[in-house]
Design a protein around this ligand. Sequence first.
Ligand code: FES
Length: 107
Amino acid sequence: MPRITFILHDGTRHTVDAELGATVMETALKNDIGGIVAECGGSCTCATCLVHVDETWSAIVGKPHAEEDQMLDAAFEVKPTSRLACQIKVTEALDGLIVHTPAYQGR
Ligand code: FES
């Protein structure tokens, strides 16, 4: 089972098991990770599941698709490695993934 580490804006780290096929957002909610709101439930319409993918993982996770990219335009505190956690599917290749949550989720 892949493991994902969430690093909160205050530096707190949470490493959790993630189910294959779930999203990073679903993994965060299931494990009570603070900093992920996910208002729209994963339909890519709220941008409140923003994460900053760790630099070491950015190329593996990949770039946002067009619809996600549009939502990122409306998000708060976006960085070059930002993604919407509901659009990242957990695969074996993401075992060890590190993402950072922003101080605030909003748009
Ligand atoms: Fe709404 Fe990801 S949960 S955009």
